[in-house]
Design a protein around this ligand. Sequence first.
Ligand SMILES: NC(=O)c1ccc[n+]([C@@H]2O[C@H](COP(=O)([O-])OP(=O)(O)OC[C@H]3O[C@@H](n4cnc5c(N)ncnc54)[C@H](OP(=O)(O)O)[C@@H]3O)[C@@H](O)[C@H]2O)c1
Length: 254
Amino acid sequence: MTTALVTGATAGIGAAFARQLAGLGSDLVLVARDEARLESKAQQLRSYGVKVEVLTADLADEEGCARVEGRCGQGIDLLVNNAGIGTRDAFHQAPREQEEHLLRLNVRAPMRLAHAALPPMLARGSGAIVNVSSVAAFTPGTRAPTYSASKAWLTNFSESLHLQYAGQGVKVLALCPGFTRTEFHRRAEMDLSGIPVRLWLDAGDVVRTALHDLHRGRALSVPGTQYKAVVAASRVVPPRIQRVVLRRLQSRFL
Ligand SMILES: NC(=O)c1ccc[n+]([C@@H]2O[C@H](COP(=O)([O-])OP(=O)(O)OC[C@H]3O[C@@H](n4cnc5c(N)ncnc54)[C@H](OP(=O)(O)O)[C@@H]3O)[C@@H](O)[C@H]2O)c1
């Protein structure tokens, strides 16, 4: 029996991870801030016959992050660093505290949880870490630069860990989805009604692709052919041309 710790497990992509991992027979540790929602999610998932612990914690907060770190250090088989937030404001209009909060959640927390989870995994010679990044990691941000920069950090960090630990039995994957129907955009008060329907992904499909890619030992998982094309283009199109295209997309859709 394996144990997976999933951050942001009550909604969207994290909830899909928790559901699919429970379906595969994994015990779970669920992390989020809303205790009632966590308990209700845990109750539903126990119907799969797995053990489910809940850890109510704000990962952007020092004390909350330290408690989850402590649980990671006790030994887990899979860490899913999923909790993350976006912002809507132009950088100069965003409160500085909001930008710092984003960095504490999107960057500091995954780094600290990975740092705590790795030693027991390496001692056992097995384990896995999935860092939920974004396709936004591959290009400059059209609107919220701190968000895209946080995901560029997380993707590079994951690929570096993948390189470093691949030979020691620990798999590390950066999951880079595009627009996915979850609570994410509503929380950030973003209006994405102009985004074409074909660009939207389903959280369940995103997680199925990620688990398949993790199983295959890949470093990067980009669900959906439309986003695979975006990532491939970001690697070959010169940055100057990318900036022209991004400016046009920004004025049309965002
Ligand atoms: N949706 C997309 O289009 C999209 C695209 C690319 C990448 N992503 C990435 O996917 C990840 C998951 O996003 P999602 O779309 O599934 O978001 P979501 O539906 O808004 O769910 C966010 C989850 O994170 C938890 N959370 C939020 N702030 C937290 C905090 N400070 N401490 C602990 N838990 C916290 C929330 O629960 P509580 O509020 O109870 O804490 C909830 O369980 C994020 O890292 C995001 O950047 C999303």
